[in-house]
Write a protein that binds this ligand. Structure first.
Ligand SMILES: *Cc1c(COP(=O)(O)O)cnc(C)c1O
Length: 415
């Protein structure tokens, strides 16, 4: 039973209350809330590119990212681009005629990555192979191992893995992927998409033997969208050096340089770098272990609420493997007949809580609550209460006591 068509509701809300006081709660899994310290840092005046402060800013971002990625000497390259741009940087540098890129099936984001790589690969004679995936589950490491074992000629140049699939809220086990590559004794590069997981879930580039790690600014890194990063080790750089693709702006070989104009292929995105520097300082001040623990605590609060909501049968966790529930975002499956887009509109326009909808094959089947980035106990409890209120307006049958259960989970976590 749906009430209040979204458009009518929106008009009514605007007519009654053109100014919305207080904080509008952003629980999309990206872009996420940008802390004031990051906003203020981005207002820093522009500098002449020879100003030593520019070099210091770049160095702070590179060093900070290396620390966050737990890599001793990966090259960190920044691009004025979003996550899709970083996918393109990977493909442009790891494509080679007659070679294959193996995309680990893991949901909507790995499908999108594979599709983009297929289009680009067609131009360079690079093929894309995908491993099978079961909906609601993390990546199947055994499927990766089998594909690598079958590839006795070592045509597979790299294995492309999404750490956290943002569409399903599922985090895969990167150590298991590393073991699969090692067990197959395959020299493929290990490439990881950290767009939704870095600074939310633990990651260690060197310890995992990851050759390329890539991501973007607007999720766990708490910056506005528009800055992408790629961290590459010596093996990845060597592959790019040996395979000169049709690339310039994305070219790692050109960018690995002490010269600023080469590093950025032109003018550095100074405002975004200043924001990133501030965000990295916030993470360092809090302590990375505490940042990870906070994300788990907030996730557990959401899962506690969801367990209660599920009692009435109309909503339930989309993730079928509870241990793989991501620290960043929780996807909530709704029964047929419930419109998650209408729920979103009511939550946003009437209760000031912005949540996300379903992507790709999950459109119309789930809504998602983001809990990554600049967030705390109060923001997550407010979001859960707003979602409960919106579900009530929409006549969705949900078990009561969700917010109380979330509060109890937070109490238990801080005892
Ligand atoms: C958001 C996201 C992307 C795409 O990033 P854009 O900045 O929207 O291009 C890629 N991979 C993952 C895992 C994501 O969550």
């Amino acid at each position: 039973m749906q009430q209040d068509p979204p458009a009518r509701l929106l008009n009514a809300a605007a007519a009654v209350n053109p100014r919305i006081p207080g904080i509008r709660s952003l629980h999309s899994p990206g872009p996420t809330r940008v802390p004031d310290a990051v906003m203020h840092a981005m207002q820093r005046p522009m500098m002449d590119l020879a100003d030593p402060r520019v070099a210091a800013l770049i160095r702070a971002c590179e060093d900070g990212m290396r620390a966050l990625l737990a890599s001793r000497d990966a090259h960190v390259l920044f691009y004025a681009a979003n996550g899709h741009g970083m996918w393109e940087a990977v493909t442009a540098n790891l494509s080679a005629r007659g070679r294959t890129l193996l995309v680990a099936g893991g949901g909507h984001f790995s499908d999108s990555w594979a599709m983009q790589t297929e289009v680009l690969g067609a131009a360079t004679g690079t093929t894309v192979q995908r491993t099978a995936h079961t909906e609601g589950h993390p990546i199947d490491a055994a499927g990766i191992e089998a594909a690598l074992r079958e590839d006795t000629g070592h045509r597979i140049a790299a294995v492309l893995v999404v750490h956290t699939d943002t569409a399903s809220g599922i985090t895969s086990d990167l150590a298991a992927v590393r073991r699969a590559i090692d067990a197959a004794r395959h020299p493929a590069l290990f490439v990881v998409d950290l767009v939704a997981s870095l600074a939310a879930a633990p990651f260690a580039m060197d310890a995992l033997g990851v050759d390329v790690a890539m991501g973007a600014s607007q999720k766990g890194l708490m910056c506005p969208p528009g800055l992408g990063y790629v961290a590459i080790n010596a093996r990845a750089l060597a592959f790019a050096e040996q395979h000169a693709g049709p690339r310039f702006y994305w070219d790692w070989v050109r960018r690995v340089s002490d010269l600023q104009y080469k590093k950025f292929c032109g003018t550095p995105p100074l405002a975004h770098l200043a924001g990133l520097e501030a965000a990295l300082q916030l993470i360092e001040q809090e302590g990375l272990d505490r940042v990870h623990a906070r994300h788990l605590r907030l996730r557990n609060a959401v899962l506690a609420a969801l367990a209660r909501w599920s009692d009435a049968g109309a909503v339930k966790p989309f993730c079928r493997v509870p241990a793989a529930s991501s620290a960043s975002v929780t996807a909530i499956e709704v029964s047929p007949g419930i419109d998650p887009e209408a729920l979103r509109t009511v939550a946003r326009e009437r209760f000031q809580v912005a949540i996300a909808g379903g992507l790709g094959p999950l459109a119309g089947r789930v809504f998602r609550i983001g809990h990554l980035g600049d967030m705390n106990e109060a923001t997550i409890l407010g979001a859960l209460a707003g979602v409960e209120a919106a579900m009530t307006v929409q006549g969705i049958a949900f078990g009561t006591g969700g917010v109380a259960a979330a509060a109890q989970a937070l109490v238990d976590a801080t005892r």
